[in-house]
Design a protein around this ligand. Structure first.
Ligand SMILES: C[S@@+](CC[C@H](N)C(=O)[O-])C[C@H]1O[C@@H](n2cnc3c(N)ncnc32)[C@H](O)[C@@H]1O
Length: 243
């Protein structure tokens, strides 16, 4: 399986992002996501596409009884292990498509900005539902369908190079997109908001919350954030397995 995060050039660029250098406080959506998280005390937590493991560390430091982070990238997981110090976190190298835990293995499943890399959202949602306890929570962020629809993930510019608007095209055509992220070609998947919500409900989740996060005042002072109020980039969802 193609894995961009183990590509040296891409990995080095990703490692220089604000969110990679500073962790959760460097992530524009963190304030909104943090508000959606439960009390981790005594909980069994799974993080799908854990990357550098920031969310695993957060759960472990906030009392989680067990934390497992899964990611496809050796480079990301090696860095996660380095950043996790003496915390009791299991990092597992595996594609999300192959994750398979018995029923009632976890109380909380997290996933931060990884699900737009998987072809079948519905299959992942069913897997998560299966491995959660009754009433367990699935809290995740993914790129917003408005952000993924067109493909290249860039603004339209005028002749002077100024941003005109964000293109939304091919919205109802779900499937792979060749996006450009950090100047590199990356394979992502677009799906509609209807599919996201319906797949969750079909699997047996109820939706507790849905947020299209906006950068806070501090983040808006960063030059790369000035246009982030013109269109949503991410979608945050908190869902609960119906008891
Ligand atoms: C944008 S990073 C997010 C990392 C981390 N969750 C965070 O928010 O800091 C996306 C992560 O998803 C992982 N990933 C992408 N496709 C995957 C797949 N099919 N299976 C497992 N992990 C995958 C990448 O290796 C990368 O670490």
């Amino acid at each position: 399986m193609r894995n961009k995060y183990d590509d040296d050039v891409f990995f080095n660029k990703y490692s220089q992002m604000e969110r990679s250098l500073k962790g959760l406080t460097g992530a524009g959506e963190w304030a909104a996501l943090k508000d959606m998280l439960p009390d981790f005390q005594g909980k069994r937590v799974l993080d799908l596409g854990c990357g550098f493991g920031w969310h695993c560390v957060y759960a472990a430091e906030h009392g989680a009884a067990k934390v497992v982070g899964v990611d496809i990238s050796r480079k990301m997981l090696d860095e996660a292990a380095r950043k996790s110090g003496g915390l009791n976190i299991d990092y597992i190298k595996k594609p999300l498509e192959e994750v398979d835990y018995p029923a009632d293995s976890f109380d909380v499943v997290l996933s931060s900005l990884a699900l737009h890399y998987v072809a079948s959202f519905g299959a992942i949602v069913e897997m998560v539902h299966h491995c959660l306890s009754d009433g367990g929570q699935f809290i995740f962020s993914m790129e917003h369908p408005i952000f993924t629809a067109s493909g290249p993930q860039d603004w339209h510019y005028d002749g002077a190079g100024d941003k005109l608007h964000w293109p939304v095209d091919r919205y109802f055509e779900e499937g792979p997109r060749e996006a450009v992220f950090l100047g590199e070609k990356v394979l992502k998947y677009h799906r509609t908001l209807t599919t996201i919500i319906r797949d969750l409900r079909k699997a047996g989740f109820e939706i507790d919350d849905l947020v299209e996060p906006q950068p806070n005042e501090r983040m808006l002072k960063l030059p790369e954030m000035t246009d982030e109020l013109r269109r949503p980039m991410m979608l945050l969802i908190a869902a609960r397995k119906q008891a």
